[in-house]
Design a protein around this ligand. Structure first.
Ligand code: NAD
Ligand code: GLY
Length: 358
């Protein structure tokens, strides 16, 4: 088992990474917890619900399950309210613990519910997708979508621990693996040139979920994310670089309707677009843009964006948490392993859209 530590003003906690972690979830439940609510969806419940609950039942505490509908399209206020309905109906008090058993959608919604239920209860992240294991379960961003913008309603709220069972990736569809790999390569591109080159060399092993390669990729991703959120939990500066590809990617997701493209696919394609913009306005090497496009394709993500119309693209990109005073701020790469956040002229963005959409 590997352990990575996250230290933020809002909370410090371990990330445990290894096979079989699902069977020892009881070890993460504080002794004073009064009850445990497992928040999940029918897909994950069918695969891992009983195993997770059997482990949690060893605490001797009451364990209940809350199932939300599966999918990004349901990451909304209505689903969030289903959690509160169940917690209140079952009379869970403020010493209960919520367990997010699922991908980023379940993790983000459970975390947000934990942040506001009775003004804050503890929660445990048990991420079951690669994307959630390398990104969304770490760092305390929680949210639901709004029809006008992705993840617009939420809170910073840290879990008490992150339990990553690498075995569960075996049931993940190949498309979801590719989507998770987009966030993995993102860390190399913004922070770690050696990790980027390693991803280039190991792209096929990663897609095939080679145990050694995927375990290293998860650990390195968690280490890099922990370093960034440890320095800037609330995204007052540095943390924004973790959003590389997201300004373009979120426009794809909300423009096409949540769920049409997977979040990781949109981020992967968005990184190609951000790389193009970086070459035009931030001195990023054109040969390296080709490397970004090639690696995004090699991990199985789309590298050509949908044609939403340039005006609609710009309108969608305005609804971004990095937008300040009406100006869109983009994460740009100056060289592999180094990123900055800044504005770019609309004309430059239109030029990039013209050559990256179809
Ligand atoms: P997801 O949660 O929708 O899961 C993808 C699909 O895989 C779902 O159908 C799910 O039921 C299924 N699934 C989950 N685990 C499985 C398993 N082990 N075997 C088989 N099927 C499984 O999608 P995701 O990619 O995990 O997360 C995307 C979400 O994460 C987006 O809403 C995004 O905004 C959010 N996100 C948040 C952060 C953050 O910092 N909080 C970071 C990145 C992404
Ligand atoms: N996924 C972006 C962040 O956690 O800041």
């Amino acid at each position: 088992m590997n352990v990575v530590h996250v230290d933020t003003p809002g909370g410090s906690y371990p990330i445990h990474i290894g096979p079989g972690r699902m069977d020892v979830l009881d070890q993460c439940i504080p002794a004073d917890a009064t009850a445990i609510a497992v928040v999940t969806n029918p897909t994950i419940a069918a695969l891992y619900g009983e195993r997770a609950e059997a482990a949690l039942a060893r605490t001797g505490k009451r364990v209940l399950r809350i199932e939300l509908p599966d999918g990004e399209a349901y990451k909304d206020w209505q689903s969030l309210n289903l959690i509160f309905d169940a917690l209140l109906a079952q009379r869970l008090d403020r010493r209960c613990v919520l367990v997010a058993l699922g991908g980023g959608v379940i993790g983000d919604m459970t975390g947000f519910a934990a942040a506001v239920y009775m003004r804050g209860v503890r929660f445990l992240q048990v991420p079951t997708t690669l994307l959630a294991q390398v990104d969304s379960s770490v760092g305390g961003k929680t949210a639901v979508n709004h029809p006008l913008g992705k993840n617009m309603i939420g809170a910073f709220y840290q879990p008490i621990a992150v339990e990553i069972d690498t075995d569960v990736l075996g049931t993940l569809p190949a498309r979801e693996v590719s989507a998770g790999l987009a966030e993995v390569i993102k860390y190399g591109l913004i922070l770690d040139p050696a990790f980027w080159s390693w991803c280039e060399e190991n792209a096929q092993k990663l897609r095939a979920l080679d145990p050694e390669a995927i375990a290293y990729a998860i650990r390195r991703s968690c280490e890099l994310k922990a370093q960034v959120v440890g320095k800037d939990e609330r995204e007052s500066g540095l943390r924004a670089i973790l959003n590389l590809g997201h300004t373009f990617g979120h426009a794809i997701e909300s423009g096409l309707g949540y769920g049409a493209w997977l979040h990781g696919e949109a981020v992967g394609c968005g990184m190609v677009q951000a790389a193009e913009l970086s070459a035009d306005v931030a001195g990023f090497d054109r040969d390296d843009v080709a490397r970004v496009r090639a690696l995004v394709a090699a991990i199985g993500c789309p590298a050509v964006a949908p044609d939403l119309g340039a005006d609609r693209w710009l309108e969608l990109m305005q609804v971004d948490k990095k937008t300040e005073g009406g100006s869109i701020r983009y994460v740009l790469i100056t060289r592999i392993g180094e990123a900055v956040t800044r504005t770019a002229p609309d004309d430059a963005v239109r030029a990039v859209l013209a050559r990256t959409t179809q």
